[in-house]
Ligand binder design. Structure first.
Ligand SMILES: Cc1ncc(COP(=O)(O)O)c(C=O)c1O
Length: 330
């Protein structure tokens, strides 16, 4: 059993709390993508749910915990910093459980994500600067108002929620050799990685980050926290500069590799997911396909699963990136 902060029994218990719309997501082999990339490509689809990303798994756990604490006299409010998907998901889970949710985001965050947060009735505060500035402001708000700060990847529920994807992969009937996981703060990689190392230790766990936001990947390679001064990537969901030490420690236990990919490969990955799988993927969700494109020899003939983990994009930007793509026959 990997020595992370996570626990398999708690992850199994999480499945009984998370809303069914986030669980048992589709998992299937995509032959057109596999033919094109020279390997078996399995897709784990995390976009066909009300918040169009995997983050609802973790926020449902957070919200359910807060709702039961509040019936014992605890608070019914939470604040988080977000590039957009965590905030969208927390707003959704919070509305379902009657919580007051505040989301802090960068003014430059993807407008479609911000619109959805507002539409769900959450309070949205925008700050100058990037995601790290939003993190600082969320800490302040939590202190000022005495409410729960939800810290993605540090708070165990966010990792345990994502880890339920790992249970579904491990339970699946088809065998696979490697899984490609988009790496941001690390909740998904540590969660899924923990479960696979416990239940399917033969599977290679590979994290993928953009070369334009490489802090966690560099940290994993150097086995110490490495920060960066700036970021430059369209993959907003995984863009951070300050890795969390506890999450890095966990990642060191469960990841076999962490790779960086170029922006043009991320765009090509989005295009291929549309063309060959009929799927709209946001940039962070195309990191796995980008990794396959960049290193075909490594994956040749192997069975690889990629988690398509979000589809919240601004329509204009998406069309600009993907262009007039034609769909391939299945
Ligand atoms: C679509 C998408 N992919 C990947 C990630 C990165 O996940 P994590 O922060 O758990 O590493 C996020 C984070 O919000 C995301 O929204």
């Amino acid at each position: 059993m990997p020595g992370t902060r996570l626990d398999l029994d708690r992850i199994r218990a999480a499945r009984r709390v998370i809303g069914r719309e986030f669980l048992e997501t589709p998992q299937f082999g995509c032959e057109p993508l596999g033919r094109r990339l020279g390997c078996g490509v399995g897709i784990k689809l995390e976009t066909a749910n009300p918040v169009r990303s995997f983050k609802g798994r973790g926020t449902d756990l957070v919200a359910s915990g807060l709702a039961s604490a509040s019936s014992d006299g605890g608070g019914r409010a939470a604040v988080c910093a977000s590039a957009g998907n965590l905030g969208f998901a927390l707003a959704w889970s919070g509305r379902r459980r009657g919580l007051d949710v505040t989301v802090v985001a960068s003014r430059s965050a993807v407008a479609a994500k911000l619109d959805r947060i507002r539409a769900l009735g959450a309070e949205l505060e925008l700050v100058d600067g990037d995601f790290e500035a939003a993190r600082d402001r969320a800490v302040e708000i939590a202190r000022e108002r005495g409410i729960r700060l939800v810290e993605d990847s540090l708070d165990l529920e966010t990792c345990e929620g994502a880890a339920t994807i790992g249970l579904e992969l491990a339970d699946g009937r088809s065998a696979f050799d490697a899984v490609l996981i988009a790496l941001g703060g690390g909740a998904m990689a540590t969660g899924v990685g923990h479960v696979l190392k416990a239940l399917r230790p033969e599977v290679e766990v590979i994290c993928v980050q953009p070369a334009g936001a490489p802090a966690m990947t560099r940290s994993w390679h150097e086995r110490r926290v490495v920060t960066t001064d700036s970021m430059d990537t369209i993959a907003d969901g995984v863009a951070g500069r300050f890795p969390i030490p506890e999450v890095l420690d966990d990642l060191l236990q469960v990841a076999d590799d962490a790779v960086l990919v170029r922006e043009e490969s991320i765009v090509a990955g989005m295009r291929l997911l549309l063309r060959d799988a009929g799927l709209v993927a946001e940039p962070s969700a195309a990191l796995g396909v980008a990794a396959l494109l960049e290193d075909p020899d490594r994956f040749a003939g192997r069975r690889v699963v990629t988690i398509v983990c979000g589809s919240n994009v601004d329509a204009d930007a998406y069309h600009r990136w993907v262009g007039p793509a034609r769909l391939t026959a299945p």
